[in-house]
Design a protein around this ligand. Structure first.
Ligand code: OSB
Ligand code: MG
Length: 375
């Protein structure tokens, strides 16, 4: 496969409702799509990737502008230079190629996915098949933001349960934890329920977090800071709710450390956060070998990232429902065909590559910036 160009497209998409987490409120999303144009023996193909970085560095050190910058300044030029030196760049060789660039995993993941999509389309093979997935669909959970009141939360969760979501995740922070969880349990009984603190607590809050023990939660996600792996292990000894890590798991090495220290009974896998889908599979394999459950996280992806996440979530170690929800959970209009919920599940695309492409008209309308880099 010869890469001809890489295009960086920034979209602007309003959210159907504000999404509030302990790190802030989002009312719109600026997805960064990566389009690779490549050819092989006269056949031309496009490959698509999506960068999950948020607009501001409040979830991860990366943010929209840093991702665009590092792609244009470092990652894409590395790919072009390697190709110009006579080597074929593939998704499989990409990780080693960009190793000299420290961090910037979300930017790397987006380009890796676009390369993977392009080469799989040339091979006529689906991403799910490439990853070794045989499942046809995955169970769908929904991430519910912090609301203005407990009654409002009960109403919002009721709507998602009517939609068919099979698991509810509540965003929590100090001052919005025990009462919302109690209210959901009182109103909806034993619905599969978990919470996500996005690093809002300290180890000294263990007493307060222990109050969640009585609600039989599936897990508590990332209660402490990203670099507090050892403290998560200590917290895990003080509370009964299984501790799940999200922000802390930035690589296979971080996952191995967390598992060895007893800091993660469960791992949220996001391909963007760990540098790509291939690293995500390695973390899945490590977790599975160690009896650690994993589930697929989300970052308000468009249909592009959602399709790839659905494929990843089909691997056998993903034993808990993921944040792989329908397009309508976040967007009035998706850039691809909408991802829909069918009896609480999302279908894994079967077409070549990620199996979906942006609709040209909607893509043009939603795009606010573009930059083309030619080999
Ligand atoms: O912590 O899982 C998180 C969204 C943005 C940043 C971080 C997180 C989230 C979510 C939404 O919880 C997950 C989704 O896309 O459904
Ligand atoms: Mg999280």
């Amino acid at each position: 496969m010869r890469i001809r160009s890489v295009e960086l497209l920034t979209l602007r998409m309003p959210l159907v409702a504000p999404f509030t987490t302990s790190f802030g409120t989002q009312t719109e999303r600026f997805p960064l799509l990566v389009r690779v144009t490549a050819d092989d023996r006269g056949r031309e193909v496009e490959g698509w990737g999506e960068c999950v970085a948020l607009e501001r560095p409040v979830y991860s050190p990366e943010y929209l502008d840093s991702a665009r910058e590092i792609l244009a300044r470092e990652l894409v030029p590395l790919v072009f230079a390697d190709q110009a030196a006579g080597r074929e760049v593939t998704a499989e060789s990409f990780g080693e190629l960009v190793r000299p660039i420290v961090g910037h995993r979300m930017a790397k993941a987006a380009l890796e996915l676009a390369l993977l999509d392009a080469q799989l389309r040339l091979d006529g093979r689906s991403l799910a098949s490439r990853l070794g997935v045989t499942a046809e669909s995955v169970p769908s959970g929904v991430s519910v933001g912090i609301q203005e009141s407990v009654p409002k939360l009960v109403e919002v969760v009721g709507g998602y349960l009517e939609d068919g979501y099979v698991r509810i995740k509540l965003k929590i922070e100090p001052g919005w934890d025990v009462e919302p969880v109690r209210a959901i349990r009182e109103r909806f009984g034993e619905v599969p329920l978990q919470v996500d603190a996005n690093t809002a607590y300290r180890l000294s809050d263990a007493q307060q977090l222990r109050r969640l023990d009585e609600f039989g939660l599936l897990l508590i996600e990332q209660p402490l800071a990203e670099d507090d792996i050892r403290q998560h292990a200590e917290l895990a000894r003080l509370i009964q709710t299984p501790v799940c890590l999200d922000e802390s798991i930035v690589s296979l090495a971080a996952a191995a450390d967390a598992v060895a220290l007893g800091a993660a009974a469960v791992i949220n896998i996001k391909a963007g956060r760990v540098g790509g889908y291939l690293e995500a599979v390695r973390i899945h394999d490590l977790a599975r070998a160690n009896g650690v459950a994993v589930w697929c996280g989300g970052m308000l992806e468009t249909g592009i990232g959602r399709a790839a996440n659905a494929a990843l979530a089909g691997l056998p170690g993903f034993t808990l429902p993921g944040d792989v929800s329908a397009s309508g959970r976040f967007y009035f209009e998706d850039v691809t065909e909408p991802v829909v919920l069918e009896a609480g599940r999302i279908r894994i695309p079967t077409g070549p590559g990620i199996g979906v492409t942006p609709d040209p008209e909607r893509l043009a309308r939603l795009t606010v910036a573009r930059r083309t880099l030619n080999a």
